[in-house]
Design a protein around this ligand. Structure first.
Ligand SMILES: CC(C)(COP(=O)(O)OP(=O)(O)OC[C@H]1O[C@@H](n2cnc3c(N)ncnc32)[C@H](O)[C@@H]1OP(=O)(O)O)[C@@H](O)C(=O)NCCC(=O)NCCS
Length: 299
């Protein structure tokens, strides 16, 4: 049983954790910018406005920009809150993260999740009552020579045009389960996140059947997203898109390409291994806290 004093300490602990009013969010932009999660200040403010974005900060700090965390909806899911950025260390980090989780869960989110974190950071979150949501493994492939051009009968591999966006979002929604599917803003961010980017479509009879997104930062290339309409899976489209993407990454200067996927996504893992990707032995974990349902008495 907790004493009255313990409870008083608990409430005191939350006293200085403040949710910034929307107008104040602008002043956190210079710090948030470093997260590389938003392409521009406009993107950030748009996210804050439309994705229930909030800055939660420690009021009593003497620093000009106080320690803070940025939370907001997970993609298009208004029932899942995500921790997008943390600017705090040690005890202040613990207080802000657990405080923000408490606020979001009390406000009605079913789940509060982190971004993919290293195994060491995952242990830290576990000590604060978080548990693993999914494990993401990292694979790599050396690109020593240019992959040959890809031809597929009846399928055209084309570059993305803005007018295809709605169809790509539709394919994405059908290909991925509701946790992993992308909203428009995240897709646009992913597709523009590298120094050089490539966005390919597989079209059949003028309709988008699959798509692939990648990019390169110098010698490091990334295969960031690959999705095929469920009715067209198993026909070679995923492989063709990925091979064509690798070809572009090579032309853009990449000598090593990185990809990641959930450890239980066997079709994707099998495809990446077939393409010559090898496990790096590294992984990341998305950690979560879920809402405790009220305990109902009973027999
Ligand atoms: C993963 C995905 C892109 C593969 O696309 P696809 O067009 O169905 O795959 P392909 O027909 O080109 O198959 C190529 C290889 O992938 C692997 N593969 C594809 N489907 C598979 C399945 N159901 N089970 C196991 N391996 C599979 C095989 O190695 C296959 O080679 P094989 O035909 O010689 O056995 C597709 O299943 C998909 O969109 N899945 C949902 C979204 C997703 O998980 N994307 C990857 C996220 S990182």
């Amino acid at each position: 049983m907790v004493t009255i004093q313990d409870l008083a300490d608990l409430f005191r602990e939350d006293n200085d954790i403040v949710v910034a009013p929307p107008a104040e969010c602008r002043r956190f932009w210079p710090e948030v910018k470093a997260s590389a999660h938003f392409r521009s200040r406009r993107d950030y403010l748009d996210f804050m406005q439309h994705n229930n974005g909030r800055i939660v900060y420690l009021q009593c700090s003497r620093e000009t920009t106080p320690p803070f965390v940025l939370v907001g909806n997970w993609r298009s899911r208004s029932d899942i809150a995500a921790l997008w950025y943390v600017k705090a260390e040690r005890e202040e980090k613990r207080r802000l993260v657990t405080g923000a989780a408490k606020i979001c869960l009390e406000e009605g989110s079913k789940r509060f999740i982190t971004r993919p974190v290293t195994p060491m950071e995952a242990e830290e979150y576990a000590s604060w009552g978080f548990c693993p949501h999914s494990r993401i493994i990292l694979l790599e492939k050396q690109l020593n020579r240019q992959p040959p051009p890809v031809e597929m009968e009846g399928i055209r591999l084309l570059h993305f045009r803005t007018r295809d966006l709605a169809e790509v979002i539709r394919v994405d929604r059908l290909a991925f389960d509701d946790f992993w599917r992308l909203d428009r803003r995240t897709l646009e961010t992913v597709a523009g996140s590298c120094l050089h980017n490539v966005f390919l479509l597989a079209k059949e009879e003028g309709r988008v059947r699959g798509y692939a997104v990648g990019g390169s930062n110098g010698r490091i290339g990334y295969l960031q997203r690959l999705g095929v309409h469920p009715l067209y899976q198993g026909l070679g489209l995923g492989e063709a898109l990925a091979r064509q993407l690798l070809r572009f990454l090579y032309i853009m200067g990449a000598t090593v390409v990185s990809v990641n996927t959930q450890e239980d996504n066997l079709p994707a893992l099998s495809l990446y291994r077939k393409l010559g990707f090898r496990d790096t032995g590294e992984y990341r974990v998305i950690m979560q806290k879920t809402r405790r349902e009220p305990h109902r008495g009973g027999k």
